[in-house]
Design a protein around this ligand. Structure first.
Ligand SMILES: Cc1ncc(COP(=O)(O)O)c(C=O)c1O
Length: 427
């Protein structure tokens, strides 16, 4: 038994994002890199803003003693002070440096939070479709994933969340701007969710934490603003990062911000700081804390993502593929048209959701038992025409596919032929 059974099972299942990424490597070897149009991975292709690069150079050039030493597990006080200023501006609550824990990306932040608040068997509610890694993160900390539906247009449906809450609900994860739909939840929906959670807490005597996963907060279009969330519900915690907004996902810098109104704030922050250590992160990268503390106000050039969104949307419209128009982030979630590849024996599976609302999700991102859903068949047909996407089943939402448009414009332009050829062969 060289590795644990659970890890072996996880390897066998793989994740769809990873599968498509690997398929892309094989496809590039077969067709040549110029003939492959890869929309599978949310890896920002814009370079970081110059403010970040300058701050990084200055931090790297510093000869301050101890600049590379261990520090307290929650991070440098000046970095936490900078994050508290950011969160206070964005969420309208008086955060201080004491409410912040610097983390290894948003992924590290979510794992630290779940590790701190979950007892075995506690439930974590996610809203479908959802970021595929949530199920692994909940598993890591012996929790149980419970899915709630979004509204048909992928907006937030607080009543659907209310229906799946139980006395075992330890947390609800909210992700806006959303991966994979690009939806930005408006203030009235956030307020209604806060009311639902407060009413549930009074009824069962346990207040679920609202985990606000918002690494795409600054990537929004058409003048939209992402509303505050912490001001809508006291037991709320931000998990965020600079991976997408400063285009530095490889540098792994994120943070947790605890709502100062949280009933057990001091205990919670101590727990988070300890989990940061015992999960093996110890503390967030020192150099990045310095660089980002000095440059967090810089923004990615969102107009470039907006142009790519519009270019891809025009191609999909021309090809006859319907999609949810993104309000933020850099993903297009597309409905797979009725039909099947020409010459196949019939329509592929309809793509019913992986688990009914309120049920424990099977394991989104798994391949077992869903290979004939329409989204998988369509993603494979696109792949044969050089276009890489991710089937919706990877996000707990079969029947749709995700396209990631943080790619060069020539990739988008070049993909047109592949979309048209796929649709011509889909009857
Ligand atoms: C919704 C969502 N949350 C969290 C993360 C993890 O971000 P990070 O790279 O900062 O760990 C991602 C990354 O794609 C994401 O899409």
């Amino acid at each position: 038994m060289p590795i644990a059974d659970a890890v072996r099972a996880s390897l066998a299942r793989g994740s769809w994002i990873r599968k498509m990424f690997e398929a892309g490597i094989a496809l590039k070897a077969r067709l040549g890199a110029d003939a492959v149009f890869d929309f599978s991975l949310g890896n920002p292709d814009l370079e970081p803003p110059p403010e970040f690069t300058a701050a990084l150079k200055a931090a790297a050039g510093s000869d301050e003693p101890g600049a590379h030493a261990y520090m307290i597990n929650s991070g440098y006080p000046f970095a936490r002070a900078a994050m508290s200023e950011k969160v206070a501006l964005e969420h309208g609550v008086p955060t201080t440096a004491d409410d912040i824990v610097m983390t290894v990306g948003a992924a590290g932040a979510i794992n630290v939070i779940l590790g701190t608040v979950l007892n075995p068997g506690d439930e974590v509610v996610v809203i479908r479709p959802y970021f595929a890694e949530y199920s692994a993160y909940v598993d890591n900390h012996r929790g149980v994933l419970v899915v709630a539906d979004s509204a048909p247009d992928f907006s937030l449906d607080p009543a659907a969340v209310a229906r799946v809450l139980s006395p075992r609900t330890a947390a609800v994860i909210l992700n806006s701007p959303n991966n994979p739909t690009g939806r930005v939840y408006p203030p009235d929906a956030i307020a209604a969710l806060g009311a639902v959670l407060s009413a549930h807490a009074s009824r069962v005597g346990r207040a679920p934490y609202l985990i606000v996963d918002e690494p795409y907060r600054d990537i929004v279009y058409d003048g939209l603003e992402v509303p505050p969330v912490l001001s809508a519900y006291p037991e709320s915690i931000v998990a965020s990062s600079f991976s997408k907004t400063l285009s530095i996902p490889g540098e792994r810098l994120g943070y947790i911000a605890v709502n100062p109104a949280c009933a057990e704030k001091a205990l919670l922050v101590s727990g988070l700081s300890t989990l940061n250590r015992v999960l093996g992160f110890v503390n967030a990268p020192a150099l990045m804390q310095r660089a980002v503390a000095a440059s967090w106000r810089a923004k990615a050039d969102v107009s470039r993502y907006a142009r790519r969104r519009d270019m891809l949307a025009a191609i999909l419209t021309e090809a006859g593929i319907r999609f949810a128009k993104p309000e933020g982030a850099f993903y297009l979630f597309c409905e797979v048209p009725e039909g099947s590849p020409a010459g196949s024996s019939g329509a592929a599976g309809a793509g019913s959701p992986a688990a009914a609302p309120g049920q424990t999700a099977a394991s989104p991102g798994q391949t077992a038992g869903i290979s004939e859903t329409r989204d998988v068949t369509f993603a494979m047909a696109l792949k044969e025409n050089g276009v890489l996407s991710v089937p919706g089943v990877g996000f707990g939402y079969p029947g749709w596919i995700r396209l990631c448009y943080c790619v060069p414009e020539k990739t988008i332009e070049g993909s047109r032929k592949g979309f048209m050829a796929t649709m011509a062969g889909w009857t």
